[in-house]
Design a protein around this ligand. Sequence first.
Ligand SMILES: [Fe+2]
Ligand SMILES: [Fe+2]
Length: 331
Amino acid sequence: MSPKNIRIEVMNAIEHKVDGFIDSFLIPIEEIWQPTDFLPDSQGEGFMEDVHQIREEAKELGYDFWVTMVADTITEEALPTYESWLMDVEGIDQHDGNKNGWSKWVRAWTAEENRHGDVLNKYLYLSGRVNMREMEITTQHLIADGFDIGTDRDPYKNFVYTSFQELATYISHKRVGQMAKKKGNTLLGKMCTIISGDEMRHHLAYREFVKTIFGEDPSGMLLAFADMMKKKIVMPAHFLRESGGSIGTAFETFSNCAQRLGVYTAQDYIDILGKLNTYWDLASLRSLSDDAERARDYLMKLPDRLKRISDRMKFPEEQYHFKWVEANGII
Ligand SMILES: [Fe+2]
Ligand SMILES: [Fe+2]
């Protein structure tokens, strides 16, 4: 059977578990937090005062911080790209009434994710620290440019990607929240912490999807995992650009900024890989093909290999001036 047909068969075989995944890892809409729970109530008397407080607190945070916040927000706001990409994956079928569990998952996951860009965008607008028009142009560019994360329509590769990426966003939102809190910005700290909690639940779900696939097709799953790591997991915003810029040009500069600030580093990438290797228990997989044995070997040695490379990596210290944020000298 072709790898594509095996994948469709595996996706169909585990589809009956998806309702259980939705119940375990997502929160019903009427019970979950909403953006307005963390923002000034625009119908309330104290609105102007609350906004004033946000603007005062925002003065304590510096240029690299805001650049990172803007890029994180834009990444969240490019959600249409991610939903449409996932809906096109083999085995995920949105044209099947409401019967396909996988498309139900994608929609419910999207609904949760949608609140992230929403709350962050409103906060940034109120903070007065961001050139919103420039940010909006970048968001629109990113959605129009789409992405290519090297997963094709393969569910195995896509779920490796999402397992990895959800943990990466957990780390970066959590660190941004801690920084905000440290500077006395309690509201922003709370917002980022609650978002990071969502990302963690999503990570736990996607890594469970992969674990389940390992139970059905260990060799195929291992080969897909190794293939993704050979290509490197690119960030969803890897095509980021500013107004007037060409595709992808803003991404590296932003990554350097996040690395400098310590929000998401090369070491985090290695740690995520190590955690996935452990959770998927690569060492105890049995009945592997020869190719898959080699893939396992590669994956188990990869964290140490990447560590040696990252120790030699240098990141530029100089600050590039993004159009999204005015430089103010505060770090
Ligand atoms: Fe998110
Ligand atoms: Fe997420």
